[in-house]
Structure formats: C-alpha cells, structure tokens
Ligand binder design. Structure first.
Ligand code: DP6
Length: 403
C-alpha cells in the first residue's frame, strides 16, 4: 500500500476510578436524562486498587462506532452509550463553533473504536458502571479536545458515574432544572485532604446476582413512601452535615452518618413493593461486627456502607485498620484453599488483638463468608496514560490480543 494512503488512528487511553457513596443516590426524577431525586456524596477510591482503563481510537477509515468491554465486543447502540457519544460530540461541535481551537475538527466526522477493561472482577459486584462511564466520557473528551464540566455527560451514562469524574470527596448536586444542566458533580475536598482515611472492600461470597440499581430504584420511586420522605426531609440536612464532617475530618460524625445513610437506603429497599433485598447474612454479620467493635471502644472507629449488593465497604482510620482486619479474620475465617490472597491492595501488618476485644465480639464465626478484601484509600480522578504501549487498541484499531 502506498505510504500516503495508510491512515493511522488518533488514539487516547485514560483511567478512571470507582466511587463509593456515603450519602446514597437512589431514585430518578427523569429516567432519560438520569436526574436524581436527591443529592449524594461519595469517596473516590484509589486507582492503584480499582480502576477502569479505556482506549478510544478515532480514524477516517473506521466504518462504524464499535466497543469492546472486558474482552468482548458489545452493542454500541446501548441507549446510555449513545447518550454519552452524542453529548460529547455535540459539546465538541459547540466549542468548535464558538471558536475553540483546541477542538479536533477532523476527528468530529470520524467513527470511534472503544476498548475498556476493569482491573477488578465485574462479578465482584463493585460499582463498575460508574468507573466505566466516567472513563468513557473522559477519554472521548480528550480525543475531541474538549475539557471543563463533563460530569453532566458522565451522569447520562450512569448516575453515579458523574462522581467518578473527580478525586477525593465528591458531591453530586441534584439540581432543579428540567434540562438537567445544574445536575453535576463537584469536588468537596481533594484526596490529599484526609490522608488517614482508609477503605476496606469486603467482597462477600454472593449466591446470586441481585436486582440491578436502575430497575431497583425505579420500583422504589413508584412504590416507597419512605424514599420520598428520605429525599425530601432527610438527605438535604444530611448532605450539609456530611460535607462539614469531611471538611473537619470528623471521623465519628462521618462514620455515623455513613452507617445511618446506608441503613436508610436499605430500609427504602425493604419498603419497596415487592421488597428488594441487597443485604445477606454475611452483610448483616458485618453490620453487627462493626457495631460491637465500636461499642467496645465507646466510639465510632469503623463505619460500613452497602450499595446494591451484599459487599461491605468499610471506612476507618489508618490507626485502626490492622486491628479491625484481625477481628474480621476472626469472625470470617479465610478459606485458604481458594488459591486467592485474602487481603489485596495496601499492605496491613498483622497485629495481636486483646482478650477483652475478643470477648466483646459475640458472633459465630462464618467461614468463607467473605471471599477476599481489597484494602485501599481515597484517590484521584481520571487520568491520561501517556505511554502508547498502554493503549488497549492496536494501530489497526482493534483490541490488542491481551486487552
Ligand atoms: C446504590 O448509578 O448504578 O450505588 O443511574 O441507573 O445507572 P443508574 O444507577 P447507578 O446507581 C447507584 C446506586 C448506589 C448508590 C450510589 O452510588 O450513590
């Protein structure tokens, strides 16, 4: 082939984080635009442990938009995917028409190939759609040369994805406008603000896949009066208190609000008709364990929160991690035969726990209840990977064999 007819794709690769809400989003007032009935607040987890990586290639020789997720080609016509693609392209066109020279005009008429992978098992039931859509929107924006407020577009992929557009402590302001323009995420504090804060993801061995959040929250909006009460009368004050607790690094308040909010979210699930059960016996065992541990010390040293599944996410402080982990090992004896390490992520040195503490924990050990634990901390928002060897798509625009 003559040299001048070889068209090389413009390729960008980025990573984006998972976030775990401490004031939960549950319920939409507009399904299409993904506008919530209440504001929410989350902690962005560190990408060293949990992240999505996405490569977008744009080329004039591509015949159609295509997407590969975790090694498998998926339908590009998924409505939420289409919303994100359409909105980013619309924004790029608008910026170009407004005279922004950084917008890549050539790219705008080209089709894209998208390839995305998670560094954690999707089956672990972690909020993979948040990291996935945040990464998609961030990477597309880099390809087209648009920056600035992008969380409103990520929101249209998956509500919680808007919070993964920033690092640290992030609020999603519900907004009031019908067009959703004011329903965006904002950073409350960066990840460096609270260096002692630690996160443990306790991956529960789930028997079956629970009801998805999109369908679950729809039924809650239709049937739960508790959800309405929560959105109107509880969350507005709770958001203020939570933001203040984060600003002041007041762990006791942060912990209590986090647990209360998780409990209320699961109470609205139970108030949904027919009811939705996300917590299982392992989850309830973790809840009891945390309360017994805190009661022993007469202080909230550890907090739990649960999303739309049985996994517990624990927030605590650096000085308590090792001891609390030891208590978890006692109550959930690890299954040493599963060939996996029980604790992954940030290293934690084992410690001895006192007889008093052991006696204070009155729970039957539940072996194999927790399959593994990811130890992590708050982390930064999406990033560009500059090294071309990290692209998931090859020069032909197709996934590299190991992507
Ligand atoms: C329980 O963002 O997954 O994790 O907007 O329908 O995609 P859709 O829902 P999603 O819901 C997340 C619900 C939650 C709470 C939270 O992250 O705030």
């Amino acid at each position: 082939m003559p040299k001048d007819t070889v068209v090389k794709p413009a390729t960008v690769t980025c990573t984006a984080p998972v976030n775990i809400a401490v004031v939960k989003y549950w319920g939409k007032r507009n399904e299409g635009l993904i506008l919530p009935i209440n504001s929410s607040l989350s902690v962005t987890l560190h990408q060293d442990q949990l992240k999505t990586t996405t490569t977008v290639a744009s080329c004039r020789s591509f015949q159609e938009d295509r997407i590969w997720l975790n090694g498998k080609e998926e339908d590009i016509n998924h409505p939420r995917l289409q919303s994100c693609l359409r909105e980013i392209r619309r924004l790029a066109r608008k910026r170009r028409n407004d005279g922004d020279s950084s917008v890549d005009v050539g790219c705008l008429s080209h089709k894209v190939h998208i390839c995305s992978v998670n560094n954690f098992p999707t089956a672990a039931g972690l909020a993979s759609s948040a990291a996935g859509f945040a990464c998609l929107v961030y990477t597309l924006a880099k390809v087209y040369g648009v920056d600035g407020e992008l969380s409103g577009i990520a929101r249209q992929g998956s509500g919680s994805a808007c919070r993964s557009m920033y690092g640290g402590f992030v609020q999603w302001i519900m907004g009031e406008r019908e067009d959703g323009k004011d329903s965006v995420a904002q950073q409350v504090e960066p990840e460096s603000h609270w260096p002692d804060l630690r996160v443990l993801v306790l991956v529960a061995s789930a028997e079956r896949k629970p009801v998805g959040s999109t369908a679950g929250m729809q039924t809650s909006v239709e049937t739960s009066s508790l959800l309405k009460h929560r959105a109107e009368s509880v969350v507005p004050d709770r958001m203020k208190q939570m933001i203040e607790a984060v600003h002041k690094k007041d762990f006791a308040t942060f912990a209590e609000l986090t647990m209360r909010d998780s409990n209320q979210f699961h109470a609205t699930c139970l108030d949904t008709f027919p009811p939705i059960f996300y917590l299982n016996t392992v989850s309830r065992h973790v809840i009891s364990l945390v309360h017994q541990y805190n009661r022993h010390y007469g202080a909230a040293r550890v907090a739990y929160t649960f999303d739309a599944g049985p996994n517990a996410v624990i927030y605590t402080l650096q000085q308590h991690v090792a001891e609390f982990l030891q208590v978890v090992r006692l109550v959930f004896p690890p299954d040493n035969n599963n060939g996996k390490t029980f604790l992954t992520g940030l290293q934690v040195e084992p410690v001895e726990i006192s007889e008093e503490l052991k006696n204070a924990i009155c729970l039957e050990p539940m072996s194999k209840g927790i399959s593994y634990i990811i130890s992590t901390q708050a982390g930064p928002g999406p990033r560009v990977l500059e090294d071309p060897s990290q692209h998931l798509l090859g020069p032909d625009g197709l996934p590299k064999t190991d992507a």
